[in-house]
Design a binder for this molecule. Structure first.
Ligand code: GYE
Length: 327
């Protein structure tokens, strides 16, 4: 009896293995060259891709954390090409330098979707783009500040994101576009904090050494930089937020960033939505079915302000809003 049972068990295993093998063959292979792990935003974005491009959803995700290393990202894309994956998704660390590797992917017949950030490459070199308009985010931050200051003077310090990243370039360009309309504003300095908390703290410490007592606005191009700037200002006894001497503006509107906004520590937080994988999956599914698909999909953003602030450009934070956030 035991022998028969063993034989039946082996046969069942063989059937399930062959079924698995068939299933494995049917999985759509996706290469995702991710910027890195520099921020809470990035963590949320990575988790979103891992949740959406799962085996149970019919995908095999080859995920590479490129650790904000541009050479590593180009190498990851070339590896995807050599592995002949079905689709390649790139969240580009840098805006520049993509033409050659995109041509290689196109020559290999592998569709490429650029996600999150933008690149300086002809649109004919990739198949679709899904991301946010960071220039508009900068304009929103500037418009809110103008509304909040209502003609008052501003001496502004800016902690920029990673050098060469479209998210930093866009937010800087958008904010500066509004700043140019206000002769009562002066941008005292603008330096990169690499989208990290350590970077934000180091730049803020340097700013305090150079400009203590001269500034009343700090703009951080993401929440993690804002946390670092807050630590530096706390250490220097500089107050910020709705009850402080310094107006603090941040971007990303991640959970903790919105908690600080709800608490009045951050005056205005301009959202940049990291939940983009479902949209990318929708584009890929249309490509696979040979259907028309959107070559450009803008992920909607909004802005939030601390309680007590009413704004044409932003929503006033509440606990209910915070509790309802996806990230
Ligand atoms: O603002 C930042 C992340 O590319 C929009 O990169 C993204 C930016 C985001 O590190 O937190």
């Amino acid at each position: 009896m035991k022998k028969k049972l063993a034989l039946l068990t082996m046969m069942a295993a063989a059937v399930s293995m062959s079924a698995f093998a068939v299933q494995a063959d049917e999985l759509t292979t996706i290469g995702y060259a991710q910027v890195g792990h520099e921020s809470d935003w990035r963590t949320a974005n990575t988790q979103n891709y891992q949740d959406v491009f799962s085996e149970e959803n019919g995908y095999e995700l080859s995920f590479v954390d490129c650790d904000n290393d541009n050479a590593a990202q180009l190498e990851a894309v070339r590896t995807f090409i050599n592995q002949e994956l079905d689709y390649i998704v790139i969240a580009p660390i840098q805006s520049a330098g993509w033409d050659t590797v995109l041509q290689e992917a196109q020559d290999a017949g592998i569709p490429v979707i650029i996600a999150d950030r933008e690149i300086e490459a002809d649109a004919s070199l990739y198949d679709a783009w899904v991301g946010t308009n960071t220039t508009n985010e900068g304009i929103t931050a500037g418009n809110w500040l103008a509304e909040y200051l209502d003609g008052a003077e501003a001496n502004i310090l800016v902690i920029e994101g990673s050098v060469g990243a479209s998210a930093a370039l866009g937010r800087t360009a958008g904010f500066n576009q509004v700043a140019e309309e206000h002769e009562e504003w002066k941008i005292l300095d603008s330096q990169s904090g690499d989208f990290t908390q350590d970077g934000g703290q180091a730049v803020m410490e340097s700013f305090i050494k150079s400009y203590e007592g001269q500034f009343n606005v700090v703009v951080c191009q993401n929440d993690n930089e804002a946390y670092g700037a807050m630590d530096a200002m706390d250490a220097a006894g500089i107050t910020y937020g709705v009850d402080g001497d310094v107006i603090l503006i941040s971007y990303d509107a991640t959970h903790d960033g919105l908690q600080y906004t709800l608490d009045g520590k951050i005056n205005c937080n301009v959202e940049c939505n990291p939940i983009q994988a479902e949209t990318v999956k929708g584009v890929i599914e249309k490509m696979a079915a040979g259907e028309e698909y959107e070559e450009t999909t803008l992920v909607e953003d909004q802005a939030f302000v601390a309680p007590g602030i009413e704004s044409e450009y932003a929503v006033t934070m509440t606990q209910e809003i915070l509790d309802g956030r996806a990230y």
